[in-house]
Design a protein around this ligand. Structure first.
Ligand SMILES: [Zn+2]
Ligand SMILES: [Zn+2]
Length: 230
C-alpha cells in the first residue's frame, strides 16, 4: 500500500467512524493536570446507550514497525486528555514488546492495520456492555466451525471491565452473554463457552444439526440481550 492509498483508506475509515460517532480532527483538549492545550489529531466520540466513550485515534504511516516508544507516547497523550480508549491504525506492523505494552496498559489501547480497522470499526461491532453498563464491548473476535459441510461463522467480544463475553452466532443469528461459569447452547445446537478469555464453540449433537432451526435455545440462566439495529 503506497502513501496515497493509505491516506485514502484512512480518510474512508474516518467517514465510516463518523457514521455512528462523531469524528473531530485537529482539536486541542486541555491537559487534565496542567490545563495546557494538547494537540489531538483525531478524536472519536461514540454515544452508546447514553454513555459517551472518548477515543483517541492515531494513524501512523511508517516504514519501521511501531515500537514501545510509540505506544508510550500514545498512552501518555490519551491519559492526559482523559480518553477512554486509544486506537493506533497503521500501514506497518508492530514489535512484540509494543504489543505487550499495549495489552498491559490500564487504558484500552488497540493496534490495527488499516484493513483490520475498516473491518472492525463498524456500528454493529461496538456495544455498550449490558452487564456492567460501564464499558464498550468491541466484537473483535471471530472464527468459524465447519459442521456437515456448512461453515458456521461467529463473532465475539469481551468487556474489558467486567469480562463478560458476547457471542453472536451467524448461523442462527443467536446472541448471548456468557462468562467463565455460564455456557450457552445456540439455535444450531452449538455450545459456547469461555476459558481463560478464549471463546470455545463446539457442536453438541450431530443428529439435530440438520433441523437446527427448530431447536429452542432458551436457557434460563442466560441473559438475553438486544444488539443495536444495524
Ligand atoms: Zn461489562
Ligand atoms: Zn447458532
Amino acid at each position: 500500500m503506497n502513501w496515497q492509498e493509505y491516506q485514502d483508506a484512512v480518510g474512508e475509515l474516518y467517514i465510516q467512524m463518523n457514521e455512528f460517532g462523531i469524528v473531530k480532527k485537529n482539536i486541542t483538549i486541555p491537559d487534565k493536570v496542567t490545563g495546557q492545550p494538547r494537540q489531538v489529531d483525531v478524536w472519536w466520540e461514540l454515544n452508546l446507550g447514553g454513555h459517551i466513550f472518548k477515543i483517541l485515534i492515531d494513524a501512523k504511516k511508517r516504514k519501521d514497525k511501531i515500537d514501545v516508544k510509540d505506544i508510550e507516547e500514545i498512552i501518555m497523550l490519551a491519559e492526559s486528555v482523559n480518553a477512554d480508549k486509544a486506537i493506533i491504525v497503521t500501514n506497518s506492523e508492530w514489535t512484540e514488546p509494543a504489543e505487550r505494552k499495549a495489552i498491559h496498559t490500564g487504558l484500552d489501547l488497540r493496534m490495527f492495520t488499516i484493513d483490520e480497522a475498516t473491518d472492525l470499526i463498524v456500528e454493529d461491532k461496538w456495544l455498550m456492555c449490558q452487564v456492567c453498563m460501564e464499558d464498550c464491548v468491541v466484537l473483535d473476535n471471530d472464527g468459524f466451525l465447519p459442521i456437515g459441510g456448512i461453515i458456521n461463522w461467529w463473532l465475539g467480544g469481551t468487556c474489558g471491565t467486567c469480562k463478560s463475553v458476547y457471542v453472536n452466532c451467524q448461523g442462527c443469528g443467536g446472541k448471548a452473554i456468557i462468562n467463565n461459569e455460564a455456557t450457552w447452547i445456540c439455535n444450531c445446537s452449538l455450545e459456547w463457552s469461555v476459558f481463560e478469555n478464549q471463546i470455545f464453540v463446539e457442536s453438541t449433537d450431530e443428529e439435530v444439526e440438520k433441523d437446527s432451526r427448530d431447536i429452542p435455545y432458551k436457557d434460563e440462566n442466560q441473559l438475553e440481550i438486544e444488539f443495536p439495529e444495524i
